[in-house]
Design a protein around this ligand. Sequence first.
Ligand SMILES: [Zn+2]
Length: 318
Amino acid sequence: MSTSSFTKQAPGVEPVEPALTPPSSDNSAATFVKKKLKLTTGKTKKKDIPAGLWTKCPECETMLFDKELDENLKVCLKCNHHFSIGARERIHSLVETCTFEEMDAQMISVDVLGFTGAASYKDKLVSNWKKSNLKDAVITGIGQIGTHRVGLGVMDFAFLGGSMGSVVGEKLTRLIERSTEKNLPVIIISTSGGARMYEGMFSLMQMAKTCAALAYHARAKLPYLSVLTHPTTAGVMASYASVGDLILAEPAAMIGFAGPRVIKDTTQAELPPGFQTAEFLLEHGLIDAIVPRKELKERLVYYLDFLTEGKRQSATPN
Ligand SMILES: [Zn+2]
């Protein structure tokens, strides 16, 4: 039985379809059916909220209109909770219009190990390509932020939990190497559950590869800014995400290596409150600043101005 007539009348929702034609006064049977419909749908109000229209904030439980949430860069308008945001939306929010040139957009993983399980790695890749509209868990390219041309890599948690396999490692390495070649700063915005188990050792090798490329980038005296978003953990945190010249994080992001339960079981110790949050790590010196998503662009420009000042001065002829 359709329940859409109730949800269409929820306050603040614009009708997605034309309203039902009101029944004529002499058609008592139709009126009765409609009344009955309303009565039966009353109890299921929450379940009937159409997908893709409203989102409930997990922090303050406010129902947020998706359009407003998107306009606010997926940050709760009431409590400032940062929802996860897709790589494309993030890039759109940071770079100047039409300046982003994507690199290696068609690169895809190979099932080297022939990994089998409940679903094969190949099947998982295919379903994630369809579900996320991404070829893998990172988008890389050169774009302009403010007046700065930068190498930008943005991870997306929607693709296999932002896991780092050979494609994520290779795309980031190529981005860093291209940036070194072109004398550009690098910004990587991470979100990841860690190395991709379906690629075994091949995914672990990406940790060394990306860090080696960053070492050459640093040797060229070029800045690397790492932005950690919820969650950034394990192999990604243990490699390129934690070696930035500046390490920034989004508010309340979960950042760590192993999960808190594993650490607690291994060390048999009580973990301090707020353990593995961006705020805790700022206090303990691992990260340099917490930057709300809406201020990120402005702050990146500010830091890039500061970090590239020497380069710009030496480039200016006397
Ligand atoms: Zn909220």
